[in-house]
Design a protein around this ligand. Structure first.
Ligand code: MTE
Ligand code: MO
Length: 252
């Protein structure tokens, strides 16, 4: 649907809301056009809903800023050491040849991909910034294949609304909406600054979501699931972040 049509619908929804029975109509219209985030309830709910709704209406296709090569940070700050598990270290010792990414859920063709499979897809690069919610940031070149290539190969079934992804650490998971998942800058990243993606930065495989804060760019990604709702995942808030007071939608 075009932006104009969507805007008209919203205007119509808001105008209807002015009427006595309109609130419910406005709410259901907003939900229908994907303007309501999963963490829309609670103290911060109205703010989250406003931020996300505006982004969805005006910036669904906006691009994250890309930088010149000369702007790449000399000493990027890795916020995470390798997952300290024996299994991870063994895979690392074997050069991650047995690392697998599982793609399942509401897809026509569930699949399990190796790093070699991913590298055989069209590979692109972007020079973008990682910004942590705690205030620091750095710029790096990220090399990988857009997540859309994998999702298009798996073929999303009608009704998919979110992509749910896990890190190798079982307690770390995130979701993004389908717009973010299909955005050309959302990359399954295997390389950084002309080399393999170092483990400290999420190697061998990290989902870079450059339009959102660093915590959406999960490192050590092993599993991607297409879903139509986040209600039954964790506390139903869309990711672990809102459970700790951070926004599900972390647009920058
Ligand atoms: N698997 C995993 N991914 C993660 C994290 C983590 O602890 N584990 N931290 C997140 C947070 S809060 C930020 S800000 C960025 C930090 O990225 P960096 O280490 O490349 O600086 O990674 C994100 N991805
Ligand atoms: Mo962070």
């Amino acid at each position: 649907m075009s932006l104009i049509t969507r805007r008209r619908l919203i205007t119509a929804g808001v105008a209807t809301a002015a009427g006595a029975t309109g609130l419910g109509v406005a709410a259901s219209l907003s939900r229908r056009y994907g303007l309501v985030p999963p963490d829309c309830k609670g103290v911060y709910g109205p703010g989250e809903t406003l931020t996300y709704g505006v982004r969805q209406m005006l910036g669904r296709n906006a691009m994250a800023r890309e930088f010149e090569r000369s702007m790449i940070s000399e000493k990027p700050f890795a916020n995470e050491i390798a997952p300290p598990t024996k299994a991870f270290k063994e895979m690392q010792a074997r050069g991650f040849v047995d690392w697998r990414l599982t793609v399942d859920g509401m897809v026509e063709h569930p699949m399990t991909l190796s790093l070699a499979d991913l590298k055989s897809m069209p590979v692109h690069s972007q020079i973008t910034e990682v910004s942590c919610e705690e205030g620091w940031s750095y710029i790096a070149e990220w090399i990988g294949t857009p997540l859309s290539n994998v999702l298009n190969a798996a073929v999303l079934k009608p009704g998919v609304k979110f992509i749910y992804y896990h890190a190798v650490e079982p307690y770390l998971w995130e979701t993004i909406d389908v717009d973010e998942a299909m955005h050309p800058q959302t990359f399954l990243t295997m390389g950084m600054n002309d080399g393999d993606l170092p483990v400290g930065f999420g190697g061998p495989l990290r989902l870079r979501v450059p339009r959102q804060l660093g915590y959406k760019s999960l490192k050590f990604v092993t599993h991607i699931t297409a879903v139509d709702s986040v209600k039954n995942i964790g506390k139903g808030l869309g990711s672990v972040d809102p459970e700790y007071g951070y926004s599900w939608f972390a647009g920058i």
